[in-house]
Ligand binder design. Structure first.
Ligand SMILES: CNc1ncnc2c1ncn2[C@@H]1O[C@H](COP(=O)(O)O)[C@@H](O)[C@H]1O
Ligand SMILES: [Zn+2]
Length: 350
């Protein structure tokens, strides 16, 4: 096991359907041979790249393979176990509730299947704490967004802390932020936390400013926020003033070509400003990575020390959506694990 796998980690930006591993994907492909889907249609392998449009086409292909509650339950369980095996101790999984007339899957049963997978992993003793965010897909418009918030509210009330928030995601090139402010505000009023994909593509300063007015509890990607890439000092100031953590997904951005190389990744900008950065995978299946690999890439690309890597992981605990008691438990766990880990890899404890 590498240092990065042994490092306890939290994963805060993982879409269920883009987190499906090669092994699980092969099972799904075999179960549905009539679809004639090849694995290279569901993942971007090492050295390959796609445009953002191609990424969203790829997600549609993946969705064809997960159409029943059995599929959803199975992929959720596998994804959770894989994160646990990679040393993730706390995971916030997110997914867009989907209905499917051919199988009778409803949005409600979709969410229930994921929550059941989370509970079953817990009963089986899988060493990971998992929470769930309902995703709003910005392709589907404000009416569906409000329905998703209502559904989130029901589960928020009935699941004793499993559902912690909502996410706004989907193709950033479609629809406009203004349509999603009201649903996001409604979610906030219920007590749900907000994770918002923002500035994933350039020239969206106006909608970014609107989102920041909420403000969200965490920002997804934030690739084009700072002045050097067409954002602005004004936007940066708001983010710093509100201390809004940013979920950074290095390989996803590289393979989706919104960032030209690892060393050009905006991790550098935000980290050097001392701003809260959380390293995440986005979709460990579709982008063919895992969280330990993302930490390793951050270390080598930005010349970080193992102590700095440890701190990024430890500080990420502050940005989880679960309550303070969960944060304290995780911090205690990290502190318990640190001496053994640093000893094993012959590192100095700062
Ligand atoms: C690459 N950057 C990204 N930007 C925006 N949204 C993304 C995304 N990657 C994934 N999604 C969102 O997550 C869905 C797939 O997982 P779920 O079916 O919800 O589990 C996609 O359809 C899209 O809405
Ligand atoms: Zn995402």
């Amino acid at each position: 096991m590498s240092f990065y796998q042994a490092l306890p980690k939290v994963e805060l930006h993982a879409h269920l359907n883009t987190s499906i591993s090669t092994t699980t994907m092969e099972k799904l492909i075999q179960q549905k041979p009539h679809l004639n889907i090849q694995h290279n249609m569901t993942a971007i392998r090492k050295g390959q790249k796609r445009t953002m449009d191609e990424c969203f086409e790829m997600f549609k292909v993946i969705h064809q393979l997960t159409v029943s509650i059995e599929d959803i339950f199975m992929v959720a369980k596998e994804v959770i176990k894989e994160f646990a095996a990679d040393g993730v101790k706390y995971l916030e999984l997110r997914s867009t509730p989907r209905e499917e007339s051919t199988t009778g899957m409803t949005k409600k049963s979709y969410v229930e299947a994921i929550l059941e997978a989370i509970k079953q992993c817990k009963r089986e003793g899988v060493d990971i704490d998992v929470k769930f965010l309902l995703s709003i897909d910005r392709r589907h418009g404000p009416v569906v967004a409000m329905e998703t918030v209502k559904l989130a509210e029901e589960f928020f009330a009935s699941t004793d802390g499993l559902v912690v928030g909502v996410d706004l995601s989907g193709d950033p090139a479609v629809e406009h932020a203004k349509n999603y402010i009201a649903p996001l505000q409604a979610a906030r009023n219920i007590g749900l936390k907000l994770a918002v994909h923002m500035a994933e593509i350039p020239h969206q300063n106006e909608e970014v400013e609107m989102f920041l007015g909420l403000p969200p509890d965490r920002i997804g990607h934030g690739t084009f926020l700072h002045p050097e890439v067409g954002g602005s000092e004004y936007l940066v100031d708001i983010i710093i003033k509100h201390q809004i953590p940013i979920e950074l997904c290095l390989t996803s951005n590289l393979k989706g070509q919104t960032v030209s190389s690892y060393d050009q990744h905006h991790f550098k900008y935000w980290y050097n400003r001392g701003h809260s950065c959380v390293i995440c995978t986005d979709g460990k299946g579709a982008f063919a990575s895992d969280l330990s690999q993302e930490y390793q890439i951050a270390e080598t690309t930005f010349n970080l020390s193992k102590a700095q890597i440890w701190d990024i992981s430890y500080q990420s605990i502050n940005h989880i959506f679960a309550p303070v008691s969960v944060k304290s438990d995780l911090k205690r766990l990290w502190k318990d694990l640190k001496p053994g880990l640093f000893n094993q890899y012959e590192l100095q404890i700062a």
